[in-house]
Structures are given as structure tokens and as C-alpha cells.
Write a protein that binds this ligand. Structure first.
Ligand code: UDX
Length: 450
């Protein structure tokens, strides 16, 4: 919305939320999320044509276009538990819009939703209001950490709508908004269902690429092949392409797992078991990769990490974000907690409070379910603090500083033998080996064979 406000000065954009704390944060000098460039962008338009408010009803009433951008997490109970998306918040929005509107509007699904959700929104609107609403699907493809740039120069904007005269008119209205800064040939229009499903398929295919390259890492470690060399060799084929082939400890984030589970659920509900199994395997491979990393750590450190200090470098699911949702770090740390390891965590953007919320929400880890968790996990404000007295470093997030940090200084304060487990392949391996570290890196020939 900040980008729309910045690129379309003639449009007034008001972001509403029922949470006063959220809105207050968006109106304050400290935005509630970290994203490079966002602070400056919001400050350039806030109070001019971008507003944050808790006045939900009047804002809806005044608007010509309403973007529904609420969260749609995986259901944690009931039918489809653990797979289906919970679209409760989307339905609540539709009911609210129907209740307070005095005229028809364009409703834009921005939230990621299961295919055919627009149908449910339309039915709710039509049954609760006499006005004419058009529902469009306009999924978001930005990635965290690069969100502002992705929005300023999107690879494409996708808009789906009903293929009726009124539907096509609504599509044209939204196209006009994006056309303020996106070239016309990058604005793709489709029917509603293709647009909704494209979002799930895009994320499923991206996640599949990560799982595919990750599936090769275990083989590389056993054959002395190097996964980065393989990525370069295969990526130079334009049909494969060189992006998104970086082997890792496993993908995380709020989208990949959730959207694949949703796709799996939709396939199953249409009786397409083979299709469901195919996509489920992308998740299974990711789970295997996270588990394998933790097991390798324990095995390498003489089959026990009980009471040993381990420095965890990074907790965010990727660099340049403070977002921790589904972060691979949490899963690896859970396995190390089970082994009674002590973990010194350093992440430049993640607070202890956020980390503990993630443990609780995704893994049900609290002081009650996992006694001593608050003692076993220690948060540190620098890498060197995390390394003091530690037996190993585990790199979980590819923050730039972990590539350039003074590893000699870290080595000097650690126990010996000092291990590095590089889950992102960003540590200068030859250099740290020279210093004296024993190195395990994903998909690379390494010191000890398992
Ligand atoms: C993703 C999609 O990229 C974006 O288009 C969609 O709108 C939302 O979901 P995001 O989750 O923010 O974006 O980050 P992304 O860069 O896609 O990374 C997802 C995960 O995959 C991260 O944990 C990342 O570290 C991992 N990853 C990505 C790899 O392990 N290797 C890669 O080569 C790329």
C-alpha cells in the first residue's frame, strides 16, 4: 500500500486494522516490521496520501477499492487440520464490507487463498448486501527482505477477475492503478481461478527447486561433489536458470510450507492423490534436510552435545528480515534441545521475545512442554558473545556479516576442537579451516565423512 501511495499520488490509501497497537506502530517512528527501504518509503507518503487508522467502517464506506490483506494461516484444528488454509479472516472482512457499504465496490483478494475463495466472498457479499461488488484476485509475489524493490520493479502483476463486462471493467480499473509504474506487458490478466491457483503454484514450484537442490546435497557429501559447482553447471542451461538453486539447511518463511500444504489439501479434496503425494514430497524433503543437519551436528561432535554450548548464527528464515516464521533454525534447535545442548543465539534482527513466540507457535515449545528451555537457549547481542566458550558455530541464516566476520577472533574464544556447521554455505571455508576449525558445509566435501 505504501508503494501504491508513492506511485499514485492521486490515490488516497488508508490501511485499517482492528488492532490499535498495530496501527499505532505503523504511525510511529518504529514500524512493526523490518524491511530494507520500508521506513523511508512509508515516511515519504505517510500523512500525505497514506494513512493508518482503526476507523474500519468509515474507511470501507469511503473506498472504491478494498484490498483484503488479512492472514490465512494453516488450520490448526477441524477439517483439513495441518493442511488447509484458514480463511476465517477473509470471510469476516467480506461480512464487514457487506455490512457497512452504501454502494458497490471492487474487492481485491490480496491474501493468499485456496482456489475458488472468491466464490465464497461473492456469496457472502451477495447474501448480505444489495449492492454490486466485483471480486478480483491480485496475489502478491514479493519476497521478504527485498519487498520494496520487488514491488517497485515487479516481475509481473497478476490480476484475475470474472470474464463478464462488469468483471472486465473491474480488472481494467485495477490495471490502471498498477500502470502508474508497471509496464503494461508485465500486467497479466486472467480469470479468477487461474489467478488464485497461480499464487499457490508459484510458491510450490519455487519451494520444489530448493528441495530439489537440497535433495542432491546428501549425495554430494558422500561423493565429494560440490553442490555450488553443480548449481552453476546446471543453472547455466537457460531452461533451468541459475536462480533459486542455493542449497540450504531448509526453506522457511510464512508461504512455502503453508501454500504447498494448501495445494496438497486441494488436490486431495478433488481425489487427486498422486498430485497431492507429489507436492507433499517437497515438504518431506525439507523436513529431512533440517533433521539431517541436526543429526550431522550431533554425530560430528562425538555423538553428544549434552551440556555443550553451541553458537547459533541467525534465527530469521532468511537474511534481511526479522521474520522467524517456519525458520529452519527453530527445527534444528528443537532437535538440539532434545539433546540438552545449550544454545547461544545471535541474530541481528530477531528479539528473544519473537524467537520464543516462534518456538511456542510452530513447535509447541514452552517452559512447560520443554523444561529448562529458557536456560538452554541464551540470546546474545554479538557473534563473539555467542562464541565465548562454545564448541561449535551453526550458521542458520545467511546474514552478510557471517561471511565477513573475523573468524580468528571467534576461534580464539571457543573450545577446541572448534566446529563450524554451515547451513548456508557462506562461511569462507578454506580460510576457517586454515585457522583450525573443523568444517561441515551443506553439500560440500568435508572433513569427517558420516
Ligand atoms: C516467497 C516467494 O519467493 C515470494 O514470491 C512469495 O510472494 C512469498 O514466498 P519469501 O518466503 O519471502 O518469498 O522468501 P524466499 O526468498 O522465496 O525464500 C524462502 C525460503 O527459501 C527461505 O528460507 C530461503 O532461505 C530459502 N531458499 C531460497 C533457499 O534455501 N535457497 C534458495 O536458492 C532460495
Amino acid at each position: 500500500m505504501a508503494v501504491i501511495a508513492a506511485k499514485c499520488p492521486h490515490i488516497k490509501v488508508t490501511v485499517v486494522d482492528i488492532s490499535k497497537a498495530q496501527i499505532d506502530a505503523w504511525n510511529s517512528p518504529n514500524l512493526p516490521i523490518y524491511e530494507p527501504g520500508l521506513q523511508e518509503l512509508v515516511e515519504s507518503v505517510r500523512g500525505k496520501n497514506l494513512f493508518f487508522s482503526t476507523e474500519v467502517d468509515s474507511t470501507i464506506r469511503e473506498a472504491d477499492i478494498v484490498f483484503v490483506s488479512v492472514n490465512t494461516p494453516t488450520k490448526t484444528s477441524g477439517i483439513g487440520k495441518g493442511f488447509a488454509s484458514n480463511i476465517k479472516n477473509v470471510e469476516l472482512c467480506a461480512r464487514k464490507i457487506a455490512e457497512v457499504s452504501l454502494a458497490g465496490k471492487i474487492i481485491v483478494e490480496k491474501s493468499t487463498v485456496p482456489v475458488r475463495t472468491a466464490d465464497s466472498i461473492k456469496r457472502v457479499l451477495r447474501s448480505a448486501s444489495k449492492h454490486d461488488f466485483q471480486v478480483l484476485s491480485n496475489p502478491e509475489f514479493l519476497a521478504e527482505g527485498t519487498a520494496v524493490n520487488d514491488l517497485l520493479t515487479p516481475s509481473r502483476v497478476l490480476i484475475g477477475g470474472e470474464q463478464t463486462p462488469a468483471g472486465l471493467q473491474a480488472i481494467a480499473t485495477l490495471v490502471q492503478v498498477y500502470a502508474c509504474w508497471v509496464p503494461a506487458d508485465q500486467i497479466i490478466t486472467t480469470n479468477l481461478w487461474s489467478s488464485e491457483l497461480s499464487k499457490l503454484v508459484a510458491n510450490a514450484m519455487l519451494a520444489q527447486r530448493v528441495s530439489s537442490i537440497n535433495s542432491i546435497t546428501a549425495l554430494c557429501e558422500r561423493t565429494d561433489a560440490d553442490v555450488d559447482e553443480i548449481a552453476r553447471a546446471i543453472g547455466s542451461d537457460p531452461r533451468i536458470g541459475n536462480k533459486f538453486l542455493k542449497a540450504s539447511v531448509g526453506f522457511g518463511g510464512s508461504c512455502f510450507q503453508k501454500d504447498i500444504l494448501n495445494l496438497v489439501y486441494i488436490c486431495e479434496s478433488f481425489g487427486l492423490q498422486e498430485c497431492a503425494d507429489y507436492w507433499n514430497q517437497v515438504i518431506a524433503m525439507n523436513d529431512y534436510q533440517k533433521k539431517r543437519f541436526a543429526v550431522n551436528m550431533v554425530k560430528t561432535m562425538f555423538n553428544t552435545v549434552s551440556g555443550k554450548k553451541i553458537a547459533i548464527f541467525g534465527f530469521a528464515f532468511k537474511k534481511d528480515t526479522g521474520d522467524t516464521r517456519e525458520s529452519a533454525a527453530a527445527f534444528v534447535m528443537k532437535d538440539l534441545l532434545d539433546e540438552q545442548a545449550v544454545m547461544n543465539v545471535y541474530d541481528p534482527k530477531v528479539t528473544r521475545e519473537q524467537m520464543m513466540l516462534e518456538f511456542n507457535y510452530t513447535l509447541n515449545i514452552t517452559e512447560e512442554t520443554c523444561p529448562n528451555v529458557n536456560k538452554l537457549i541464551i540470546t546474545c547481542s554479538s557473534a563473539i558473545e555467542a562464541c565465548r566458550g562454545a564448541h561449535a558455530i551453526a550458521v542458520m541464516t545467511e546474514w552478510d556479516e557471517f561471511a565477513t566476520i573475523d573468524y580468528q577472533a571467534l576461534f580464539d574464544v571457543m573450545q577446541k576442537p572448534a566446529f563450524i556447521f554451515d547451513g548456508r554455505n557462506i562461511v569462507p571455508h578454506a580460510k576457517v579451516r586454515e585457522i583450525g576449525f573443523e568444517v561441515y558445509a551443506i553439500g560440500k566435501p568435508h572433513d569427517t565423512l558420516f
